[in-house]
Design a protein around this ligand. Structure first.
Ligand code: GLN
Length: 455
């Protein structure tokens, strides 16, 4: 813990930690020592972690990367962080992220962007760590902490993990409780571990997962021993290669990475099979209707009354002015864009044309995966991202270009499936690239074991 606290202190240029909690860390570390001495050492006993700012942590600033939550200190602990602390974990502090987890580059944060600890060749240009869990990715890659929590609504664990060369797992929807996690798009949001390797992800997921009556979508299933699933034996497993993920204009380096991944799984004894997921091309547009729709509803609660920031009012201002001024000041541009898109697609005249159609597309995407699994596929292998980490500032002004980053990851959230990104090599500039594996629902153990064969 002391070593990590020192590293965090010296890591200012990464801008990964936005609230440091050394007193809490030392208290938790002392308690972990005592448990160790008493011979009661749970899985994460004394393991220093970083916590994404989206998780409510009792008495500790939890702002979801937004100015509208300035000064908000929750009275309660999220279920996931509570379970991590009960398993002995130590909290070093809260990690930077895109505002309300909306973004793919960490540039929408009210705290300013995070920097990727990797540099391209000799270039001085700073790179994005990806988003929205960019602080978590950067902190784990720079070894400021041994693991971090992330959340993934459309790729926010897997894309940043790929951009910094670490492992990131988005569990099956319902595996980890969403209680106490600031909501973005509730039917897609899922918490997961971001760690240096697959084994750490398995251990951390074990502590994060489990049924929680406080979240009505939390699954009432036993949590298997994910670490025990890491046998390295995938003989007889069938790995699907979906042809729709071979996008036009995909860089050769991504193609080569995918080929290497296939070879590694074949060498480990898996059978490769070409498959088709025909509705893949509609996933991104459907996601960017559904996610903003849910966000516009979830973010209605930031009204200046209940949480965080309230605008200064002028003489004669009423409650409407209070709402308007607070939201105008408190939300950043990307959040406002999503709220407007979401409100539009849910409005009476357009509901059927946009929101309802997107929901139908979502069902078709889910069915594509079900059919693949029914035909005997165990796991699906794809690239995690269409490119390596890009330069900060590059795509920020072009929201559609930014949304294209999520082309390989959003399908998994729409279908509620588990997906994992694992580091799988470097591009010609020496930057990390990631592969993605997609698993059957509730088969995270199997998924982790397949990912283990790619390490
Ligand atoms: N980049 C996607 C978005 O901006 C995904 C974000 C996420 O998974 N939280 O919506």
């Amino acid at each position: 813990t002391e070593a990590c606290l020192g590293a965090v202190e010296a890591s200012g240029e990464l801008n990964a930690f936005v609230h440091k909690t050394p007193e809490i860390a030392r208290e938790q570390a002392a308690a972990a020592d005592a448990r160790l001495k008493a011979g009661d050492a749970p899985d994460l006993c004394g393991i220093p972690l970083g916590i994404k700012d989206l998780f409510c942590t009792k008495g500790v600033a939890s702002q979801a990367g937004s100015a509208i939550l300035d000064g908000f200190k929750p009275e309660y602990e999220s279920t996931v962080t509570r379970q991590l602390f009960e398993a002995g974990a130590v909290m070093l502090g809260k990690l930077n992220m895109d505002e309300f987890a909306m973004g793919s580059s960490n540039e929408t944060s009210t705290y300013g962007n995070v920097v990727n600890p990797w540099r391209a060749g000799n270039s001085e240009a700073a790179l994005t760590p990806g988003g929205s869990s960019g602080g978590s990715a950067s902190a784990v890659a720079a070894r400021l902490c041994l693991g971090a929590t992330g959340t993934d609504t459309g790729g926010s664990i897997r894309q940043p993990a790929a951009f910094v060369g670490i492992t990131g797992l988005k569990p099956t929807y319902g595996r980890c409780s969403r209680w106490g996690i600031v909501a973005f798009a509730s039917s897609l949001d899922q918490a997961g571990p971001m760690t240096k390797d697959v084994r750490d992800a398995a251990i951390m997921l074990g502590a994060m997962a489990g049924h929680d009556p406080m979240d009505s979508t939390s699954a009432d299933l036993a949590v298997p021993d994910f670490e025990a699933a890491l046998t390295g034996d995938i003989r007889g497993k069938v790995v699907g290669i979906p042809k729709e993920y071979r996008m036009e204009g995909m860089p050769q380096e991504i193609e080569d990475l995918w080929t290497r991944g296939k070879e590694m799984l074949r060498d480990a004894g898996a059978e490769l099979r070409d498959i088709s997921l025909p509705h893949t091309k509609y996933a991104l547009p459907a996601y960017y209707v559904i996610a903003p729709a849910e966000a516009s509803s979830n973010l209605a609660r930031y009204d200046g009354v209940r949480f965080g920031h309230r605008a200064k009012l002028s003489q004669g201002d009423g409650i409407t002015e209070m709402y308007e001024k607070t939201r105008a000041e408190g939300f950043g541009d990307e959040v406002k864009r999503r709220v407007m898109v979401g409100t539009y697609v849910l409005s009476a005249g357009f509901y059927d044309a946009y929101y309802n159609r997107a929901r139908k597309v979502r069902t078709l995407i889910k069915r594509d995966f079900e059919q693949a699994f029914d035909s005997g596929i165990d796991t699906i292998l794809t690239p995690a991202t269409p490119s390596a980490a890009f330069e900060l500032g590059q795509t920020f002004d072009d929201p559609v270009q930014m949304y294209l980053n999520d082309v390989f990851t959003v399908t998994v959230n729409l279908a509620g499936l588990p997906g994992i990104a694992v580091p799988a090599g470097l591009d010609s500039k020496g930057l990390p690239l990631g592969l993605q594996l997609i698993g059957r629902p509730w088969e995270e153990g199997d998924l982790l074991n397949t990912a283990y064969c790619l390490e």
